[in-house]
Design a protein around this ligand. Structure first.
Ligand code: PLP
Length: 389
């Protein structure tokens, strides 16, 4: 089996699982209680908060644990309500994850104006376009740090600077970035940042929102006084302990892991481009996540490629996991100016720690006969497309 879908999710590392297990059984206390079992849970919570803070150069009291990356994103956009004294305009980009896009869409129902910044052919948001879109009413800007479909890394520090200069708050969805590339909230100058454990070998269903000291974030889930009244609900101690351990591991040897995975990524890109004339790389050639490969194959539909790869034991994806299975072309590729056909024929392969050179070679080799078979069956190819490649 070759797993090439690390942007969708990753396996929990054994050390992470070991850090979690005691909190399901012998240390099952509620962190809000005062007896020893509760204090143990509280200690685990504090330790994980320190681990997350250290990994992104924040302080522990700037970290709110959430139930997912999606929830962290929703909570960040929900701040638009508290910020509306400045104005009811928010800015985001056309290539955000739906956790941002759908939250922004729902703000429209409350009278907010939402501007979606365009991207260039590589998926980059230009600082000039943000500059132009900013108005005196702009209260909140949210631009992702790295795109989940094509891996393009956005110039977040520059974008945050522009927003802050005009008095707007800035949030970045760093769900795909944390654990893959260095993330330093101070260097970025952001007010809020979202992350999610299952993208860096931690458990699913636990995330965090960084909130800069002095920035007031409104609660999104209402109830008890957990997370200093910023996120109600009995804490998922096992999940949070797993998040802490996973972020410590992923950022501890980041440079070495990144070098290794980048080499695999480049071998996969170069191998495919050389073997399949007419295939095109989606996203920026260098300003991209270490493990991210997204390639459009002419004349074929990615769903067919995925099914045939699955028969060969290779797991990849098309677009984001949340939209695969639907026949809608990727909103990210369409925003980058891809044709319908290019978007439909795009294959996302995202590499991770356990992949090897042999996996890359085997994938390129397996794609050969699959592509030839699908191309021969393609009406587009038979309709004289041959001359176009
Ligand atoms: N934002 C981005 C960029 C993502 O890739 C994802 C997950 O695919 C999310 C947000 C949502 O995170 P979660 O799966 O933890 O809800």
């Amino acid at each position: 089996m070759i797993y090439l879908d690390h942007a969708a999710t990753t396996a929990v590392k054994p050390e992470v699982l070991s850090a979690m297990l005691p909190y399901f059984t012998e240390r099952y206390g509620n962190a809000s209680t005062i007896y020893s079992l509760g204090r143990e849970a509280r200690k685990a919570l504090d330790a994980a908060r320190a681990q997350v803070a250290k990994a992104i150069n924040a302080s522990p009291d700037e970290i709110i644990f959430t139930g997912s990356g999606t929830e962290a994103d929703n909570q960040a956009l929900n701040c638009a309500f508290a910020l509306q004294k400045k104005g009811k305009h928010i800015i985001t980009s056309a290539i955000e994850h739906h956790a941002i896009l759908h939250a922004a869409e729902s703000l429209k129902k409350h009278g907010f104006k939402v501007t979606l910044l365009p991207v260039d052919e590589y998926g980059l948001v230009s600082p000039e376009s943000l500059e132009k879109a900013m108005t005196d009413e702009t209260a909140l800007v949210s631009i992702m740090m790295a795109n989940n479909e094509v891996g393009t890394i956005e110039p977040v520090a520059e974008l945050a600077n522009i927003a802050k200069a005009r008095g707007a708050a800035f949030h970045t969805d760093a769900v795909q970035a944390v654990g893959s590339i260095p993330v330093d909230v101070k260097a970025l100058g952001v007010d809020m940042l979202s992350l999610s454990a299952h993208k860096f070998y931690g458990p699913k269903g636990v995330g965090a929102l960084y909130v800069r000291k002095g920035f007031r974030v409104a609660p999104f889930i209402m109830g008890g006084a957990q997370e200093k009244n910023k996120r109600a609900g009995t804490e998922n101690i096992a999940g949070i302990a797993g998040l802490g351990k996973a972020i410590e591991l992923a950022t501890g040897d980041l440079a070495e892991r990144s070098r290794r995975i980048t080499a695999l990524r480049d071998a996969l890109i170069e191998g495919i481009m050389a073997k399949f004339p007419g295939s095109t790389l989606n996203g920026h050639r260098t300003q991209r996540l270490p493990g991210s490969v997204n390639i459009s194959f002419p004349y074929v539909e990615s769903e067919s490629l995925l099914i045939h790869l699955d028969f060969e034991g290779i797991m990849a994806s098309s677009g984001s996991a949340c939209t695969s299975g639907s026949l809608e072309p990727s909103h990210v590729l369409m925003a980058m100016g891809a044709t319908h056909e290019e978007a439909q024929g795009s294959l996302r392969m995202t590499l991770g720690d356990e992949n090897t050179e042999a996996d890359v070679e085997r994938t390129i080799e397996a794609l050969g006969p699959i592509y030839e078979k699908l191309k021969a069956m393609s009406p587009l190819y038979q309709e004289g497309g041959k001359s176009r490649v």
